[in-house]
Design a protein around this ligand. Sequence first.
Ligand code: E4P
Length: 233
Amino acid sequence: MRESRDLYGGTLKLFLDTAHLADIETAVRWGILDGITTNPSLAAKEGLAFRDLIREITDRVSGPVSAEVVSPDADEMVRQGHDLRTIADNVVVKVPMTREGITAGARLVEAGIPINVTLVFSTAQAILAATIGATFVSPFLGRVDDIGNDGLGLLSDIVGTYAAQGYETEVLAASLRHPVHVVEAARMGADAATMPFAVMDKLFDHPLTDIGNERFNRDWEAYQAALSGRAKA
Ligand code: E4P
């Protein structure tokens, strides 16, 4: 986690959308990781009990770590949310964008617990998330694209609506599929972008960087060889 970054305001924060500890460790080492989002499907891949998994993640990441509650019932979601928060102070409780999820989210916010409203697919839903004082709202760009609609258009609309209203909820662009999603999220003024490890990895790449780097290395070696040849002569 970049300690110099203000967690709740400022420039685009980069989150990994994963529960895979090795990938999290790599991104921490790169020095570019601001936080983590998980979901039940991602957790199910890791073969660890959910609380243990979240603890392992919070041991590695000091920024926000979103952990999702799973229940059709608001009371049970609130109970799970309080329980998840006992794992670490940087746990953000993820609630689904349903009537019960918003009901639970409002109560968690009331209790001082930061929440992330997930599964957001419309600006109307994003308004509800901001209304209850969510810390994050997660519009799922890729899944909107998957059904032939405009994920980036949705993001732009939410960012514009929040700016018009002065909502403090941070827009966390989610379900990102490729680096262009990340670049556009930054351009539009999203507060954070969460992406799979493969997408974060691709942010580094450009073929001209590789070609340039190889050439510099080759020239450096030739230069050193020439110097050592001159010294021997
Ligand atoms: C966000 O918090 C979600 O976990 C995530 O971005 C979902 O992305 P997917 O559509 O790639 O599953």
